[in-house]
Each structure stands twice: as C-alpha cells, then as structure tokens.
Design a protein around this ligand. Structure first.
Ligand code: NAD
Length: 477
C-alpha cells in the first residue's frame, strides 16, 4: 500500500498542515504504513484552544434552536456521506465494511440528532420564593471550552459522544482522536465546519503527549476522556492542578452471569456476539462469563461451538463478525494475556493469532479460571472470553463485583426475582437482563469505580456539559 495520506489538524475552521512531528498511520489489516498525521505540539494545542476560546464568546449566546439546527444539518451531511466515513473508519481500524454504515456511522448520526433535541429540552426545578421577598431561579449554562480525548475502538462514535452534547449545550471544543484512528474525526470536523462558526469544533491529532498538553492547558474548563484507566488517572491528576472538571470513561470487565434456568440458546448467541463484536475492543464487551454449576459444562461446550462457527474474523471486505485488533501494542497485549494463562486454564477454542499478516486474533474462550487470575481481573480488550463456574447467587454476585471496574454487566435467567435482586446487587453503571451490549441514545452510559465518572449519552450526559447557576432577586417593595 502506498503512503498517500497526509492528515492535518482542523483549527479555527481551517485545515492546517504541519507540526513538530508526524505519526505513521499503520493498517491493522496489512501492517503497512499508509499515511501520516500531525504529532501536534504546544503551538498547535495553543492555537486550537485560542480558536475555541474566541468562538465561545459568541457560540455561548446562540439559542438552543440555532444549535439544534446546526447539529441536525451536521447529522444530515454525515448521513449523506456515510460511505465515505465508513471507508475511512475501516481503513484506520480494519472493521468489516459490510455492517459499518449501519452499526456505527448511522448510529452516530442518530446520536447527534438526539443531542440536537436535548439542546431544547433542559429541565430544572421551578423558580420560586424560598425566602420572603426573594425569587430564586436556576440557570443552566455551558461550562466553557472543553478538551476531549477519544480512543481507537469506535473513533467516529466516540467523537460523537463527546462533541455533540458539548456543542449542543453551548460549549466549544478541542478534540483529539487516538493517534491510530484520526481520519473519520477529521472528516467530521470538515463536514461540521459548513454549519458551525469557525473554532466551535477543533480537531488536533497527536499521541499521549498531545493529550497531556491539552489537559494541562489553562484554557479548558473541563476535560473529558475515554480510554484506559491509566490515562484516566493521569488526566484526573493533571486536571486537579487547576481544578478543571473531569469526565472519565475508562473501560470495563463486564461480568456475564448465567444461571441454571437461563435460556441457553438465547444466552449463547447473545454472549458470543457481545464478546467478539468489534474484536472485543469494547469497554462493555461480554468478557467475564460466570456460569452456574448445573449447566456449566453443557453451556461452555455450546458457547465454544457457537463461537467457532459464528465469531469469524477477516479482512474488511469479507463477511465476518469482526476485524483485527487495532494496533501492534494492543495485539501484543492480547497475546500476552493468552501466553500468561495459568496451568489450570483450559482453552476451549482459539488461543492464537489468525493468519500470518495483520493484527487478527481468533475468538478465544478460556474456562477453568479462578477469581484472582490476571485474565479475570484485568481488561484484555480483545477477542477473549473467560469462563468461571459458580455455585449460587451469592457467589456469583461476590465474584462479579470483585474487580476494580464498574461499567457494565449482564444477568441471564428466566426468573424475575433473581434478575431484580442481582441487578440491584451488581456494582456496575449498567445491568442488562437476558441481553448484553445494546445501547440507546436516551439512556446513560458510564461507570463506577475505576471505570470512571460522568455519563455519556442521554439527558444526564448532556447535563454534564452544563453548569448550574442560582440567581436570586430581591422583589420586596
Ligand atoms: P489510552 O488510554 O492510552 O489512549 C486513549 C486516548 O487517550 C488516546 O487518544 C491517547 O492518545 C490518549 N491519552 C493517553 N494518555 C493520555 C494522557 N496522559 N493524557 C491525555 N490523553 C492521553 O489507551 P491505549 O493505550 O490505546 O489502550 C490501552 C488500554 O486501554 C486497552 O488495552 C484497553 O484496556 C483500554 N482502552 C479502553 C477504551 C474504552 O473505551 N474505555 C478504549 C481504548 C482503550
């Protein structure tokens, strides 16, 4: 593949080339370099925040209706160019092209439309006289300039979750996509520029140092990141130096509790799909399966067979469930977890690289694991599922909650009482019952514990990008 692409930054409504360095873009399908992006330094970070600060002075005064219209137009323009977005996304990630428009590009379009609606629907307590002769009311205001950092698993979709609520609420944005997947976010900035004043949405590229420079910059009033716990903790530490607001979505290790009375067919299909979709590079992926002892052996056999037949991987133009792992580091990380499996682990299917070119990994199911094993405790973020055998409800809940993550979980049972009790006991920001992984724009996504804080999507996510002001007026004679 020839090196044809040289991506720039999008600052102040314009594409700007050049920076102190460049980063190679590597195809996860062929492992070949196909282009470069800018490794932005302090000058680019300063320029982007200056543009966002200038734009905030007027964008904050737009009406919700004006912001809604801009977002609707952006969504329409993206929909019209959905194939172009999908092609860039697949080039950077290796995702299967067959389902990409439907599964991700149009989902992003829908979520932008949701936030366009949310812009006009802010709720608050009613104004009132809480002290004699004084009227109080609440104002919801934008926070200011926001610095946002996204990962490589769903590049356009993660950019959407960040920029759309921020802009809908009247903030302006500097957004940095992952260094391995910047293309679709840069196209988003270009498409959006037709409908937004210059500087409302700025996209700069770069790696960890660029992200860190954004968080340390004096201009943003808030920083929001989706990525690893390590990165999230670094962001929270850096943001504390001048008390920026922090919004963190940091991955997970979702428990999937399958009781003896579960619908096995439904569970097997749902859990395999939710484990291997996007090569398991999903912070809500169904990774940590806990199966009750009465059906354990039968269930594991069915799971492995279903995965062998349906959790297929291959190049973007093939009819497969998932593509490669995104990058060489992540590939090595997945391989490392499998290499280090303890002697008591049983590899039921997979366990190895797929093919000899590209970062493809076969769907891997490992049973016989114990609660303190590394593969049970740490986020693998790849096409690997672990299985543990549990005795009763109390043990399932104890093991499910015994990890540092707290993003999402699922429970599979035909018994309503079991489902309700376990949903209450699970220490996770989302509990699915007899399903795993679907999400909707209207409902919040976000975790507890080391999975971070702050919500994406929903009215709650939108409110995270606003600040609350109390105005009190003396009305006595
Ligand atoms: P990462 O957290 O290092 O990178 C995510 C984004 O954060 C990138 O844009 C990166 O440039 C930026 N970043 C990294 N350090 C930063 C810092 N100190 N300040 C500001 N920005 C910073 O993720 P990774 O190294 O690519 O992946 C490692 C692991 O992270 C994965 O194995 C997986 O477990 C987890 N992960 C989780 C998600 C998620 O959706 N929650 C996404 C990607 C990766």
């Amino acid at each position: 593949m020839a090196t044809t692409t040289a991506l720039g930054n999008f600052i102040g409504g314009e594409l700007q080339e050049g920076g102190p360095g460049s980063i190679d873009l590597v195809s996860p399908v062929t492992e070949e370099v196909y282009g470069t992006s800018v490794d932005s330094g302090p000058e680019q970070v300063d320029a982007a925040f200056a543009a966002a600060r200038t734009a905030f002075a007027t964008w904050r005064d737009t009406t919700p209706g004006e912001r809604q219209l801009a977002l609707f137009r952006i969504a329409d323009a993206m929909e019209a160019r959905a194939d172009e977005f999908a092609a860039l996304e697949s080039r950077d990630t290796g995702k299967p092209l067959g389902s990409l428009v439907q599964d991700e590009i149009l989902v992003s379009v829908d979520q932008i439309r949701f936030f366009a609606g949310a812009a006009r629907n802010l709720e608050g307590r009613s104004a009132g006289e809480y002290m004699k002769d004084h009227t109080s009311f609440i104002r919801r205001e934008p926070v200011g300039v926001i610095g946002q950092v996204t990962p490589w698993n769903y590049p356009l979709n993660m950019a959407t979750w960040k920029f759309a609520p921020a802009i809908a609420a009247g903030n302006t944005v500097v957004l940095k996509p992952s260094e391995t997947t910047p293309s679709s976010t840069l196209l988003l900035a270009e498409v959006a520029a037709e409908f937004l004043p210059a500087g409302v949405l700025n996209v700069i590229t770069g790696g960890r140092a660029t992200g860190a420079a954004m968080v340390e910059h004096r201009t943003p009033a808030m920083v929001s990141i989706t990525g690893s716990v390590r990165a999230g903790m670094a962001v929270a530490r850096a943001a504390s130096s001048d008390l920026k607001r922090v919004h963190l979505e940091l991955g997970g290790k979702a428990p999937v509790i399958v009781f003896d009375d579960a619908d096995i067919e439904l569970a097997v299909e749902g859990i395999v799909t939710a484990g291997y979709f996007n090569a398991g590079q999903d912070c809500t992926a169904a990774t940590r399966i806990l199966v009750q002892e009465g059906i354990h052996d039968e269930f594991v056999a069915a799971l492995a067979e279903y995965a062998r037949n349906n959790a297929t991987t291959g190049a973007p133009d093939e009819d497969v469930l998932y593509g490669p792992v995104n990058n060489a580091d992540q590939f090595a990380r997945v391989a490392g977890f499998v290499d280090r499996l303890p002697d008591h682990a049983v590899v039921e299917t997979g366990g190895a690289r797929h093919g000899d070119r590209g970062y493809f990994w076969d769907a891997t199911i490992v049973s016989g694991l114990r609660q303190d094993d590394e593969a049970v405790q740490q986020e693998i973020f790849g096409p690997v599922q672990t299985v543990q055998r549990f005795r009763d409800e109390a043990q399932a809940i104890e093991w499910a909650n015994d990890v540092e993550y707290g993003l999402s979980s699922s429970v599979w049972t035909r018994d309503h009482g079991t489902a309700m009790r376990v949903s209450r006991a699970l220490d996770f920001g989302c509990v699915w019952i007899n399903t795993h992984i679907p999400l909707v724009a209207e409902m919040p996504h976000g975790g507890f514990k080391h999975s971070g804080y702050g919500k994406d999507l929903s009215a709650y996510g939108f409110e995270d990008y606003t600040r609350l002001k109390h105005v009190m007026s003396y009305i006595g004679a």
